[in-house]
Design a protein around this ligand. Structure first.
Ligand code: RIB
Ligand code: CA
Length: 315
């Protein structure tokens, strides 16, 4: 199988770091760049953290700085109770050697996709602001990308910020609606599956080779994320962002449904991804004529955890 060439759009973030380093270690993925966005942390911190991750990957993966706030409003709230103020569990970090490139995230995405039509997969694992801006500036990328595989949303379950919204979608619902109403191949890896995949402490100890730079780094930063989840009553952490990477290479372990997705942009349900699973066109409504998306609604949890373990432990 041809190696998927991917750009990860990210707000690192502890589970983002897990996803990015998993993609780096996976033999069948070519990671051609990281584009940063506000979300778990301000975009400057996200870029700093992405440069730390690039160092861990040998300093060859370019980092391009993206959006500091959502399309339609300022943003000054960050979930430091989930990822820590520095986004890596408030663990101490040496300043990175890698520097962000001059080119911004939106132009990086447009240039890379348009130079390799049909080859680049976009993997957004944060708010979708950069992706929406790229579509606004260069709508033709919709026909040039290979596909979009994003972590976010919820098709058949409640949100994780409130009963309606998952965090990435709520952070910029206007951008999310723009992305889902575009006619391109898009797969939502949402809470329907990521809330099923729980890594407990014994698993985290077993799969991260603490005597290696990447394993030791990840085991150090996940502790804060694990402690947060434990404070909510689960004995482990939800595997959000890495699951988008697992889908890329093991789509067969997921159950996918198709339907038009609209994202609520205001009111108490802002950020809700509402997927039309009825098979009816809902003529004359907001779902009428909207291209269908794929959404992962179930997963073989054991296979997912086994694959993550295999890649992380260098098998
Ligand atoms: O809801 C989970 C998502 O929000 C993940 O991408 C996590 O990193 C945060 O960005
Ligand atoms: Ca993220």
């Amino acid at each position: 199988m041809k190696q998927p060439k991917i750009i990860i759009d990210t707000d690192p973030g502890i589970d983002d770091a897990m996803a990015i380093l998993l993609a780096h270690l996976a033999p069948d993925i070519e990671l051609i760049g990281l584009t940063t966005v506000f979300g778990n942390v301000p975009v400057a911190q996200a870029t700093h953290n992405a440069c730390i991750l690039s160092d861990l990957m040998g300093g060859k993966v370019p980092v391009a700085t993206g959006s500091a706030h959502p399309l339609n409003r300022e943003n000054d709230r960050y979930p430091d109770f989930v990822h820590g103020k520095n986004g890596f569990g408030d663990t101490s970090m040496k300043p990175p050697i890698t520097k962000a490139i001059e080119q911004g995230a939106v132009d990086f995405i447009i240039e890379q996709v348009s130079q390799s039509p049909g080859e680049i997969t976009l993997v957004p694992i944060g708010p979708l602001t950069n992706i929406a801006k790229a579509l606004e500036k260069a709508p033709e990328i919709a026909s040039q990308v290979k596909e979009v595989v994003l972590m976010g949303g919820a098709a058949t379950v409640n949100g994780n910020v409130n009963a309606a919204a998952e965090a990435n979608m709520l952070s910029d619902p206007h951008a999310a609606d723009r992305v889902f109403t575009t006619d391109w191949p898009i797969t939502m890896v949402g809470l329907d599956v990521t809330h099923q995949i729980i890594m407990d402490e014994a698993y985290l100890d077993r799969v991260h080779q603490v005597d290696t730079p990447i394993g030791g780094f990840l085991r150090r930063i996940v502790q804060f994320y694990l402690d947060f989840h434990r404070s909510t009553g689960i004995d482990g952490l939800y595997t959000h962002d890495p699951t988008a990477i697992v889908y890329l290479l093991k789509p067969e372990i997921f159950t996918v449904r198709k339907g038009a997705v609209r994202v609520c942009t205001d009111g108490i349900a802002a950020g809700q991804t509402i997927m039309n699973l009825s098979g009816k066109p809902y003529l004359g409504t907001a779902w009428d004529g909207i291209p269908t998306s794929d959404a992962c609604v179930d997963v073989d949890v054991t296979a997912c955890l086994e694959w993550y373990a295999d890649i992380m432990s260098g098998n």
